[in-house]
Design a binder for this molecule. Structure first.
Ligand SMILES: [Zn+2]
Ligand SMILES: [Zn+2]
Length: 270
């Protein structure tokens, strides 16, 4: 069953931001046949779950948050950060969960093994975190593009699958023909954190379109150093004049930065 059909983005009584329920006896019937399952352990989960996780897995993955891409500090309030670092065009980053071994497997399957079905529950989760964190109200969602050769090879762009579903949930449009990846780059995971910025420099071009006063939400699956998303935000902001924020499923931070921030109190959730 398509989980998107069950989403009601209106605020519910518990203030969680999203509730889901079957809209007809037919949807209830389908749910009996094809129940929602936990993304990680495949346990059956209630249809009203706000995240696609069983209660056991929720204990490990209940840590969505927001960071400042410039100083990598955690936001307690609204972006922009008070570090006043204006050198980065990406104003904020929201993530649904912290990256770990289980995420590595799931995201790998999503990207390379055609496990496209997870786009729906992941977008649902991301929508929940955006609303629950009062993160932003985007006018437009832009998925981080792949190089056309790479997309042809893979058959799809996982960021676009996520972005389009998220846009439906947030009732905004998803624009895949604004930003393009025009330069071949090495896989960011294959090179050091220091080399990543240079690797993606000049990798994107943007269709010139005036979007002053708009907020663009850039969407991708994983954020590590953020080199790719920052480069994309730089081009987008320069060409359109819009404010640019980011949202990803999983954040893979530099562990030293995490320890310095103390946000997760000893990183016990790792
Ligand atoms: Zn589970
Ligand atoms: Zn900052």
């Amino acid at each position: 069953m398509n989980r998107l059909n069950q989403i009601n983005p209106e605020t519910n009584n518990s203030g969680q931001g999203i509730i889901r329920k079957p809209k007809s006896w037919f949807q209830s019937f389908l749910y009996q046949l094809f129940p929602d399952r936990c993304l990680f352990c495949r346990a059956i989960i209630p249809i009203s779950s706000l995240k696609p996780l069983c209660t056991t897995c929720q204990k490990y993955y209940s840590t969505g948050g927001r960071i400042c891409p410039a100083c990598e500090g955690f936001f307690r309030n609204e972006p922009p950060c008070n570090c006043h670092n204006k050198s980065i065009s990406l104003e904020g980053l929201l993530f649904a969960a912290l990256y770990d071994q289980r995420w590595r497997k799931l995201i790998h399957d999503f990207k390379y093994k055609n496990r496209r079905a997870v786009a729906d529950p992941l977008a649902t989760w991301l929508a929940f975190e955006i609303l629950n964190n009062s993160y932003c109200q985007p006018d437009l969602i832009v998925p981080l593009p792949l190089h056309p050769d790479r997309e042809r090879e893979r058959g799809y762009n996982q960021a676009e699958l996520l972005g389009c579903r998220l846009a439906k949930l947030l009732k905004v449009s998803c624009k895949s023909d604004l930003l393009f990846k025009t330069k071949h780059t090495l896989s960011q995971t294959a090179i050091s954190r220091h080399e990543r910025r240079r690797n993606v420099r000049g990798a994107f071009t943007c269709h010139p379109e005036k979007l002053h006063g708009s907020t663009i939400l850039l969407v991708d699956d994983v954020y590590s150093t953020g080199a790719t998303m920052k480069e994309a935000a730089f081009i987008l902001k320069n060409e359109t004049g819009a404010r640019v924020l980011g949202a990803v499923i999983a954040y893979n931070p530099n562990i030293r930065v995490m320890q310095r921030s103390g946000f997760y109190g000893g990183l016990e959730k790792w």
